[in-house]
Ligand binder design. Sequence first.
Ligand SMILES: [Zn+2]
Ligand SMILES: [Zn+2]
Length: 268
Amino acid sequence: MKNLISVSNPVKESEYGKILFSDVLVTNKRNLFMGRKWRTHDIRMVLWFLFIHLLALLAPFTFTWGAFWAATFTYTLFGSCGLSVSYHRNLAHRSFKLPKWLEYTFAYIGLLSIQYQERNNVEDLKNQAFYRFLKRTYALHTIAFTALLYVVGGFSYIVWVLGVAGTLGYHGTFLVNSVCHIWGSHVWNTGDLSKNNWWVALLSFGEGWHNNHHAFEYSARHGLEWWQIDVGWYIIRFLEVVGLATNVKLPSKDHKLKMSFASLNKFE
Ligand SMILES: [Zn+2]
Ligand SMILES: [Zn+2]
């Protein structure tokens, strides 16, 4: 649990470098995390990006309503349950707990989105056979998923789901890591450039409330105001109500006060 970000020991984004075209954060001690294979992996990812962008260009020529809805469904399911709820909030930040069968199901959806998330909590995941298995075999799952798309809907499904939904999905993640450090409101005293951006939040299932997230990284809820639409949180809250999500972490009043700009004068 060494790499788990906690309030008392925050890992600042400025201490990390970012790999080109991705939101992968690496420190200088890169061997600590993934070993030497990582660079080959980067190249593979760039080729993969190229491939799905080229596929997306074929979208107008392969349009069917079936393919369109398959892409919409995939973008929504993978982006919300896979990336936002599972990879980011559950696995990277341990913002809540799920029964193992559901944690693994969501993580599997996340795996099929083939995206990286923050490298928090890596050691903990490495200790679980299921995640080691996924890491070793993720290419096979991608191939199986592609084959499934072909069987169900033919080439147009591959273009729309892998190409269109995949490309949009990556850009959704990039928006959080680019736009949300440039445009939006900075309401918490986080000492960085993170911003809350409502339209990125809509496209990314709540991940766009990025200043909130920098302020309270452990929080399962990113949209902290009632009007801050946060689909990821609605899913977690639903799972909590039906008794599946437990230990759901939210910012305390004290911590909110500490992070607010108003507290600056009081404590100085
Ligand atoms: Zn950030
Ligand atoms: Zn995070």
